[in-house]
Write a new protein. Structure first.
Length: 70
């Protein structure tokens, strides 16, 4: 099970939940578009147990893209 959030400056922007059945792992993805300012911090956080590593962490990724320069 994984219950995560995309967080900007300490505030939840989006949440994701995945739960595998019958001993199998689940997978999922989330895409959001938000306007950021210089100095904003964005992170993916584990909501249920903040210090617990998500299974498959070596295969997880997070990407950000600049769509329009200011």
């Amino acid at each position: 099970m994984s219950h995560t959030a995309i967080v900007r400056n300490g505030n939840n922007v989006a949440r994701m939940y995945g739960h595998g059945n019958s001993g199998y792992f689940d997978q999922g993805s989330q895409m959001i578009v938000i306007r950021l300012n210089a100095g904003d911090e964005v992170a993916v956080q584990n909501i249920d147990i903040p210090d617990l590593t998500i299974v498959g962490g070596l295969y997880s990724s997070f990407s950000g893209f600049l769509l329009l320069p200011q």
